[in-house]
Design a protein around this ligand. Structure first.
Ligand code: GLV
Ligand code: MN
Ligand code: MN
Length: 410
C-alpha cells in the first residue's frame, strides 16, 4: 500500500459547500438540530457518502452511518464522526469538520485503492449542541446507552415541538436500533475551540480527555406588582433574585480559576414589561471543571447560594439539572495512535484536554476513543467568526486517516 494523504482542497471545498446550508449574513451558520437546514445538511452528507460508495444507515435517533466495507466485514468497525447541527450563531467548522473529515477519509481510501481489514464508518450524530433541545450529545449519548431514546424524543424546544416529532418531520427517524453493537475504535477530529494550540503554534492537539460539565436551569418565583407603587422593601422581585444568583455563577468559577468556568447563556423575565416587577425569572447555568470533585463543589455552591438569596428576598426557586457528563479519559492506545500519526506525518503537536463537550465523550463509555484538535483563529468558537486554516484542517484529517489505519492494522 502507498502512503496516502487526504486531499485538503477537496475537504475545504466540502466544508464551504456545507456551510452554505443555514449560512448567516455575518459569515456563520445557524443549523439547529432537526430543523429544515439540518435535514438539508444530512441529505447532502448522504449524497456525498453514497457517491463515495458507502452504504448508508440511519438509526432511530437519527444518527447517520456511512460504511465502507473492509476485507473482513464481520469485524467491529473503526469509526469517526461528529455533528452537523450548530449553535444559533455558530460557525462553519464546529462539528461539520469532523463529519466531513470522515467523508474525506473514505474518499482518500477510494483514491488510493486501500482495502482496510475492518469496515470504516463516518458518522453524523444527532443534536450534539443541545441548544434547541436539551441534552448535548444526545444522538451519541443514546448510542452509548447514556440516555434512553424515549427520554431524548420527549425533549421539547422553546415552541413546544418535541425532538421525536421534529425527527419524524424531517424524515430522519431511521429504522436501525440505536447502538448495541461493538465499535473497534472511535476518533473525532474537531477544531480546538480554545486558544492553546494557536498560542503555542502547534498544528495538532492530541486530546487525552475532556472536562466534565453540569448544566442547570433555574426558575425563580416572586410576586408581580407595580413598578411605581411598590416600596423597595415590599418587593419580591424574581429578576433581582436571579441577578444575584447569576453573579454567584461567575464567582464560583473565579474561585476555581483557571480550570473552573461558569456561564449564564439564557435569561428570561416574566411578564417582561418595563413597569411590572418580574414575578418569575429563568436562567441557565453551565458549570465546567476537569476535576469531578471540584465540579461537584461548584454545583453544590450554586445550590447553596440560590437557597440563601431566595430566602433573603422572599422568593422560591427550582433548579433542574439538564446535562451532567463526567470528565472523560480517552483510551491510551487511541491517544497514542493520534500522537504517533502526528509524529510520523511531521506535524507539531501537544497533548491537550478538551474544554468542550464532544460526541467522543459519549463514545468513550462504550469504545476506545480519542480526538484530534486543530487550531482555530483566536481560539473562538460558538460564534459566527469561527475560523480555521485549510492547512491545519488538512493536517488534522491526515492524522485522523493515519490513526484509523493504525488501529485497523492496515
Ligand atoms: C458543546 O459544544 C458544548 O461543549 O457545550
Ligand atoms: Mn462540536
Ligand atoms: Mn459546539
Amino acid at each position: 500500500m502507498d502512503d496516502p494523504r487526504i486531499d485538503g482542497e477537496r475537504l475545504w471545498a466540502s466544508l464551504m459547500e456545507m456551510a452554505k446550508i443555514g449560512a448567516t449574513p455575518a459569515g456563520g451558520v445557524c443549523r439547529l438540530a432537526l430543523s429544515d437546514f439540518d435535514k438539508e445538511s444530512r441529505d447532502l452528507f448522504i449524497t456525498w457518502c453514497e457517491d463515495a460508495g458507502c452504504a448508508i444507515s440511519v438509526d432511530r435517533v437519527g444518527n447517520i452511518f456511512a460504511r465502507r466495507a473492509g476485507s473482513d466485514d464481520g469485524l467491529a468497525p473503526v469509526v469517526t464522526g461528529s455533528h452537523l447541527d450548530t449553535q444559533p450563531t455558530g460557525g462553519k467548522f464546529d462539528g461539520a469538520y469532523g463529519v466531513l473529515a470522515g467523508l474525506e477519509v473514505m474518499r482518500t481510501l477510494n483514491d488510493h485503492g486501500v482495502e482496510t481489514k475492518a469496515p470504516f464508518e463516518a458518522i453524523a450524530w444527532t443534536n450534539e449542541e443541545g441548544c434547541r433541545f436539551t441534552t448535548s450529545m444526545a444522538g451519541s449519548g443514546v448510542f452509548a446507552g447514556v440516555y434512553t431514546l424515549d427520554d431524548i424524543r420527549a425533549h421539547a424546544d422553546a415552541d413546544g415541538l418535541t425532538f421525536g416529532e421534529e425527527l419524524e418531520r424531517i424524515g430522519y427517524a431511521g429504522a436501525e436500533a440505536v447502538g448495541g453493537r461493538p465499535i473497534a475504535a472511535y476518533f473525532e477530529a474537531h477544531i480546538e475551540q480554545g486558544p492553546f494550540l494557536e498560542a503555542e503554534n502547534k498544528t495538532i492537539g492530541v486530546v487525552t480527555g475532556g472536562q466534565g460539565k453540569r448544566s442547570f436551569e433555574i426558575t425563580v418565583a416572586g410576586r408581580e406588582s407595580h413598578a411605581g407603587t411598590t416600596p423597595m422593601p415590599a418587593r419580591r422581585d424574581a429578576l433581582m433574585g436571579a441577578v444575584h444568583m447569576i453573579e454567584e455563577v461567575e464567582a464560583l468559577a473565579l474561585a476555581k480559576a483557571p480550570e473552573g468556568v461558569g456561564t449564564v447563556g439564557m435569561i428570561e423575565a416574566k411578564p417582561n414589561s418595563r413597569n411590572t416587577i418580574p414575578g418569575s425569572a429563568f436562567f441557565s447555568a453551565d458549570l465546567r471543571h476537569p476535576d469531578p470533585a471540584a465540579l461537584d463543589d461548584m454545583a453544590a455552591g450554586l445550590k447553596r447560594s440560590c437557597g440563601r438569596i431566595a430566602e433573603a428576598r422572599g422568593l422560591t426557586y427550582e433548579m433542574t439539572e439538564v446535562t451532567h457528563y463526567p470528565a472523560t479519559k480517552f483510551d491510551e492506545a487511541c491517544v497514542s495512535a493520534v500522537r504517533g500519526a502526528a509524529e510520523r506525518l511531521g506535524y507539531s503537536h501537544r497533548d491537550i484536554i478538551s474544554r468542550a463537550g464532544h460526541d467522543a465523550c459519549s463514545m468513550a463509555h462504550i469504545a476506545p476513543a480519542a480526538m484530534i484538535f486543530v487550531p482555530c483563529e483566536n481560539g473562538i468558537s460558538h460564534a459566527e467568526i469561527e475560523n480555521a486554516t485549510p492547512d491545519d484542517l488538512a493536517a488534522g484529517c491526515n492524522v485522523l486517516l493515519h490513526a484509523m489505519l493504525q488501529i485497523d492494522g492496515s
